[in-house]
Design a protein around this ligand. Structure first.
Ligand code: WT7
Length: 646
């Protein structure tokens, strides 16, 4: 049997110590999901006032723990100060230049209290929006928690976004305050965040005050606008260290996070307090098996939802030690991540398939140079992980002994929805296993009818019941909320995430990419993901992106954009071999029609391949919006090459 078809069970030692190691949790949660979630909210969090109603569901609007009160920041900090956690590291930070900082729970609490007082002194009150545009550094975490502490609604904008994107998010959220930095570090260069922020604030803006963190010691190049801009360290020097967290209603907004829509302007996903924290605290505890002794590292930038839920709120609610790294994995060398794991004794690592495929391309010699034996659990998120990447991660990073949790979720879901439980599940490379306890999912056809397990047909994933950490609406656009997520299966009341999926004979879920990434080739459903996996399985291939382009006879034809491993030559023989390879792995119907070699693939700054642009290229159209690309020149180069070669 090929390794890709094997199942991998946790070791007996791992299961014995796991936070959940009894299968009965699934049945218990399914029998009464609301009671199960209420029990999580009760046991994992501290409430200043108990709730009256667990869930009010007026489709498509949900409220959880109605009438209850808590403070999210106090749950992440204050309640850890009375026992042994008081002096334990909450954050261990390493900047790209190698500077380090450790903040204990006590330290982090002090900083958050001080910043809360600073925010109040700048006239920020409960309900006001605060935009945070910072590198991944302790100040970002402190800012988020200070907002939560006073009830201000944060909206974090990823530091790689442009001035226009920042302006758009500030204006949609109507933020009063911006927290930014002089800059951040990326591959040895200073990213001049303050200059970008200044450009975003030109002309009319809702921003009244700006707090500027000194991160790159670039004060003399930074323009501070009199009366508007204030240095963080100056404000913090004078701030009172005492601050009582304000109790919030469970349904008070915690944050807005913008995510790109398939059309039009970004969507402002709104998350609230009690249900969100319950969802992230429970999933962190049971999926990452968090213990007090762990050093937990989620490599996501705080600018994405993964950073919100699994760098900040989930781990800190559990009193965990979080490792935070500012920079790139290949700076100054391609073993930076592995050297960090060795240096800090990281025990849990959570990263993305796109990173794993980059590591594969760079070669095994980089991780092999380091002692990674402290690792005990690995996670993956962001896109379907191809079995080859899963197996590589398992062998070369996990040493064959770490359970891998492939976690499916979205900005909108707030917390992980589908994942193995590491002490229980026999995992299959590239299957996300099954819904988390208390989550109800189904795979349906276009009419909303469940598909049988084990069918070859690609179905549509739906979530069939409300869950505590679900988005409550789109900020200032409830109509769009209803239409994007709830109109497709309105009669059934299903939430539509936009992902294709199937379930195997055992009921395990296989996520197959966005629904629009499914190709219809001569009447057959073919997942772009499946063809990509087959390509990446070939020893010459580093990464592949596959799209369906319009084809006169077959409906769609398969176009593959391929990057090769270092040192492999681009030849037409190789293109032929790759087509044969795919045909052999999946079937002749999946044989790519075009193969285009490219040094790089067009990706968004969060690492997602922009298939829409590849489709534009393959279909010879003018390129659509390229503003969210990390490097727009990649796509221009590809377009030229495509028209020459095909
Ligand atoms: C979309 C959500 C959730 C945090 C990061 C991305 C895809 C995410 C997986 C996975 C297959 C996945 C889905 C989803 N996705 N994780 N483990 N397997 N697909 O958040 O930017 O809101 O993107 O990412 O297509 O809908 P996001």
């Amino acid at each position: 049997m090929a390794d890709t078809q094997k199942t991998f069970s946790p070791t007996a030692d791992f299961s014995a110590q796991a936070n959940i190691n009894d299968q009965s949790v699934y049945a218990e949660a399914a029998a009464d999901p609301q009671a199960w979630w209420a029990n999580q909210a009760q046991t994992l969090l501290d409430w200043t006032k108990p709730w009256d109603t667990v869930c009010e569901w007026n489709p498509p609007h949900a409220k959880w723990f109605v009438g209850g009160q808590l403070n999210v920041a106090a749950n992440c900090l204050d309640r850890h100060l009375t026992g042994a956690r008081r002096n334990k590291a909450a954050l261990i930070f390493e900047g790209e230049p190698g500077d380090t900082r450790v903040l204990t729970y006590w330290d982090l609490h002090r900083e958050v209290c001080k910043l809360s007082n600073v925010l109040l002194s700048l006239n920020i009150v409960k309900g006001d929006r605060v935009t945070i545009y910072l590198p991944t550094a302790p100040e970002a975490v402190i800012s988020m928690l200070a907002c939560a502490r006073i009830g201000a609604v944060h909206t974090v904008v990823f530091g790689g976004f442009s001035a226009d994107s920042l302006r758009e998010r500030i204006s949609d959220s109507q933020s009063k305050l911006l927290i930014t930095a002089d800059g951040g570090w990326r591959r040895g260069n200073k990213v001049t965040l303050k200059d970008t922020a200044d450009a975003a604030l030109e002309g009319e803006t809702t921003i009244e005050k700006v707090i500027v963190v000194n991160r790159t010691d670039d004060a003399k190049h930074v323009h501070m606008k009199q009366g508007r801009d204030f240095w963080w360290h100056r404000l913090m020097e004078e701030a009172d260290i005492k601050h009582e967290a304000l109790p919030m209603d469970a349904e008070d907004p915690l944050y807005i996070l913008y995510t790109s829509g398939s059309t039009g302007k970004p969507k402002g996903i709104l998350h609230t307090s009690g249900g969100y924290l319950t969802g992230v605290a429970a999933t962190t505890k049971y999926i990452f098996d968090i213990k007090d002794s762990d050093v937990y590292w989620c490599t996501a930038d705080v600018g994405w939802v993964t950073g919100h839920s699994y760098v900040v709120y989930g781990p800190l609610a559990n009193g965990a030690t979080v490792f935070l790294y500012e920079g790139a994995p290949d700076w100054p060398q391609r073993d930076r991540f592995w050297s960090l794991i060795e240096k800090y004794g990281v025990t849990i690592m959570y990263t993305a398939p796109t990173a794993i495929r980059a590591f594969m391309k760079w070669g095994t010699e980089w991780p092999a140079k380091h002692d990674l034996s402290t690792l005990r659990l690995l996670g993956s998120v962001g896109e379907p992980i191809n079995p080859e990447a899963w197996l590589w991660y398992n062998t070369h990073i996990g040493g064959g002994k770490c359970p891998i949790v492939d976690t499916w979720w979205q900005t909108e879901t707030g917390a992980i929805m589908i994942s193995p439980l590491p002490g229980l599940s026999a995992t299959k490379p590239a299957s996300a296993s099954r819904p988390f306890p208390g989550i109800a999912a189904e795979v349906v056809d276009e009419a909303g009818n469940p598909l049988p397990h084990g069918t070859d047909q690609t179905g549509i994933l739906v979530l069939t019941q409300p869950w505590p950490s679900m988005l409550r609406t789109l900020w200032r656009d409830d109509e769009r909320y209803k239409s994007v997520y709830w109109s497709k299966f309105a009669d059934k009341g299903y939430y539509f995430p936009g992902d294709g999926a199937r379930r195997d004979e055992e009921g395990d879920y296989w996520l197959l990419g966005r629904v629009d990434d499914i190709m219809l080739v001569a009447g057959h459903n073919i997942s772009t993901m499946e063809v990509e996996s087959a390509l990446v399985d070939h020893p010459a291939v580093a990464e592949a992106a596959v799209i369906g382009r319009t084809h006169e006879i077959k409906g769609q034809a398969i176009a593959a954009f391929v990057t090769l491993k270092d040192g492999v030559g681009h030849t037409s023989e190789l293109a032929g071999q790759l087509k044969d390879h795919v045909a052999k792995k999946i079937g002749a119907i999946s044989r790519p029609d075009d193969i285009l070699f490219s040094a790089e693939l067009p990706k968004t700054r969060s690492g997602k391949i922009m298939r829409r642009l590849l489709r534009d290229i393959a279909e010879g159209r003018a390129l659509g919006d390229t503003s969210t690309l990390a490097d727009p020149s990649v796509v221009a180069g590809l377009k030229e090459k495509y028209s020459e070669e095909s």
